[in-house]
Write a protein that binds this ligand. Structure first.
Ligand code: NAP
Length: 332
């Protein structure tokens, strides 16, 4: 098996000055970079970071031309690495995939072997891409809460950006594990949906955006999975209980954090960063195995919209505007 003729990808190219444009292009095997393993992708997913890449954001689209897409799942069609053979079902991730190197919005990818992971036994390719980087990041965040002793008996756990990709999974996984989940959302019309996903309580976004100068707020949260950053994250930290832990992975509400040290020195609160890109092969494998097993959740189809490369444009715009609920996957 090998690459069969030309194939489609979503390419972002420089036009004039700082302007970029994205379009569906037809390319061939010789346009792909050198690498050990060539994979025919069957699925990818849409993450906030992919939307940034698709608009040419220099922090994600590190070089142009650029093919976005930070995660993909498919079948090996060629391998120079003894660990992988033609026909293997695999997942592809790496800090450079869809950032410094061509990514997954392409029917074929060619990558180094250490960007390729065997599909965990309990997952199918489509399911793995519904989880994708969002589900992985939610799992990583919960793994960190556990490491910091946030057990279900410690009290309410907050999830911000709760209808987003990471947020939806965090709500579902925490509920499955027995936590009392409080979901924060800007989409209050989605309250019933969030409750059906396992949230015990739903809080409007503006309530978790305290603008007073009080260094500490009443202590309510045993822990939190924050996906939005900015002042909501500062609000959560100021309202976290003694020895609680808050994980931070996102920045859609802002990249700055303005607060005092009091949550840390008077309540022993931990702020735990979560970085799903720069982790070791062993650690990524460990988290994927948890995701396929004790963190696995039901109802994945109900939270998923499927599109193809041609139909992706409006979803890219929507995710940048915070308008996507659940997950968008791309099938090839
Ligand atoms: N560190 C990592 O490794 C890593 C990995 C994955 C994702 N991330 C980051 O995590 C964040 C979430 O990713 P995602 O893929 O879940 O994105 P997403 O699907 O777009 O979800 C983000 C959610 O945040 C909420 N939101 C949007 N704009 C907001 C604003 N201005 N203020 C407050 N809340 C807002 C919305 O939920 P509601 O309407 O429900 O409030 C939105 O659905 C992004 O910043 C992404 O870059 C980081």
């Amino acid at each position: 098996m090998s690459i069969d003729g030309d194939f489609k990808c979503l390419m972002v190219r420089k036009t004039s000055g700082k302007n970029v444009a994205r379009s569906l292009e037809t390319i061939t095997a010789s346009d792909l970079p050198q690498g050990d393993v060539t994979v025919k992708l069957l699925y990818s997913s849409l993450n906030y970071k992919d939307a940034l890449g698709a608009t040419g954001h220099p922090g994600v689209a590190m070089q142009l031309p650029h093919i976005p897409g930070i995660d993909g799942g498919g079948i090996v069609v060629e391998s120079k690495d003894p660990y992988f053979k033609t026909g293997d079902e695999v997942l592809v991730f790496h800090a450079k995939f869809g950032t410094a190197a061509f990514g997954a919005y392409s029917e074929y990818v060619r990558v180094p072997a250490d960007w390729v992971y065997p599909l965990p036994a309990k997952l199918r390719l489509r399911t793995a891409m519904i989880y994708g980087t969002a589900g992985f990041t939610a799992a990583q965040s919960i793994d960190q809460l556990e490491r910091h002793g946030v057990t279900p008996d410690r009290g309410d756990v907050l999830v911000t950006g709760a209808t987003g990709g990471v947020g939806t999974f965090a709500v579902k996984m925490l509920a499955k594990l027995g936590y009392q989940v409080v979901a924060v959302t800007g989409k209050t019309d989605r309250a019933d949906w969030l409750k059906a996903n396992g949230a015990r309580e739903v809080v409007a976004r503006h309530e978790m955006n305290d603008t007073s100068s009080r260094p500490l707020l009443s202590a309510r949260w045993a822990g939190a999975v924050d996906t939005v950053g900015g002042n909501p994250l500062a609000t959560v930290l100021r309202g976290t209980k003694l020895h609680g832990c808050v994980t931070a992975c996102g920045l859609v509400a802002g990249h700055e954090l303005s607060l005092t040290v009091y949550p840390f020195i008077l309540r022993g609160v931990t702020l735990q960063g979560v970085d799903s890109a720069n982790i070791s092969y062993a650690e990524r494998t460990r988290i994927w195995n948890r995701l396929a097993d004790e963190f696995a959740v039901d109802g994945l189809d109900d939270m998923t919209t499927e599109t193809n490369l041609k139909g992706l444009g409006p979803f890219i715009d929507n995710i940048l505007n915070g308008q996507v609920a659940g997950r968008v996957i791309v099938s090839f």
